[in-house]
Design a protein around this ligand. Structure first.
Ligand SMILES: *[C@@H]1O[C@H](CO)[C@@H](O)[C@H](O)[C@H]1NC(C)=O
Ligand SMILES: *[C@@H]1O[C@H](CO)[C@@H](O)[C@H](O)[C@H]1NC(C)=O
Ligand SMILES: *[C@@H]1O[C@H](CO)[C@@H](O)[C@H](O)[C@H]1NC(C)=O
Ligand SMILES: [Mg+2]
Length: 257
């Protein structure tokens, strides 16, 4: 049975026994999935490391033989721990900065798989953690539902940064017609304030690097200093005006050029 079916079973059992722990992106899977070489010759952990380091680029779907592995990774403790390490490192760095207090020190956050998690969508049988090719109709329906949970590590960092005096900028490749559900979704899960929420215009073409670079350039031209920039895709972090430091969250489910 697929992950979706499995999750329904887990959910049913979990609800009967106890309510799910607060602050969870998704219920944990009970085991972590092995990473060793497959009959197809792919070592899924090696594949994931190569993806995270931007050595494997331009891929359109996860290898079939790594669907289980990626699923276990995303639903297990390792993904959460990996996000915690990135957020903790970002906080350490942010604490060491001297803010001028003029309200121009900003932290740029991407949204999908950076501040909001699409795991409930990706765990579906018709998505299979990115093995089934991307379907914009289905994904748009999910975004419009505004039901994405927060990534706990990122929400904690967000609150810490605001406490330190940073202004928050959300910069997403989501298109402007989704401004209302995105706003509702962010607020519902605890991202209640920001300096700017930048979505991609319907007429804006070109890739993510070009789009995000141009928006960051405009921010800096507006007098903002990008002290930190966090995303799950290298295309959030490469290009011009990338920020004083960048932080890469894990995402073995999809690749955005
Ligand atoms: C190997 O491939 C099989 C079938 O594609 C899959 O079910 C299994 O989870 C894979 N094992 C690992 C370690 O990735
Ligand atoms: C911040 O300011 C303090 C006091 O002026 C100074 O000791 C420290 O080195 C500064 N830190 C950075 C990262 O500039
Ligand atoms: C995408 O998903 C929609 C809605 O589920 C479906 O009707 C459509 O056939 C799918 N498109 C492709 C190419 O699979
Ligand atoms: Mg993203």
């Amino acid at each position: 049975m697929g992950f979706g079916t499995y999750l329904i079973v887990v959910l049913t059992i979990a609800t009967a026994v106890a309510s799910p722990a607060a602050n969870q992106i998704h219920l944990l899977m009970p085991h972590s999935g092995s990473a060793g070489k497959n009959h197809s010759g792919i070592n899924c952990l090696s594949w994931r490391v190569a993806v995270e380091t931007d050595n494997i680029i331009g891929w359109t779907q996860i290898p079939e033989s790594c669907v289980d592995y990626v699923g276990h990774y995303m639903l297990g403790q390792q993904y959460r721990d990996d996000c915690e390490v990135v957020a903790a490192e970002a906080y350490k760095y942010a604490q060491g900065l001297n803010l001028t207090g003029d309200g121009k020190d900003v932290w740029v956050f991407d949204i999908d798989e950076t501040t909001l998690s699409n795991i409930p969508y990706y765990a579906r049988d018709d998505v299979a953690f990115g093995y089934i090719p991307y379907n914009s109709t289905r994904f748009d329906e999910w975004v419009a539902s505004a039901a994405a949970p927060a990534i706990p590590a990122s929400l904690k960092l967000y609150n810490q940064l605001i406490e330190l005096g940073f202004k928050i900028v959300f910069l997403t490749g989501t298109r402007e017609p989704f401004t209302v559900p995105r706003t509702e979704n962010l607020k519902a899960v605890g991202y209640t304030q920001w300096e700017k929420l930048i979505l991609k215009g319907v007429d804006e073409n070109g890739g993510a690097v070009e789009y995000k670079s141009s928006k960051r350039k405009a921010l800096e031209e507006g007098g903002y200093r990008i002290r930190g920039n966090m995303g799950d895709q290298w295309s959030d972090l490469l290009g011009s005006n990338a920020g004083d430091r960048t932080f890469k969250l894990p995402d073995p489910m999809y690749y955005i050029a």
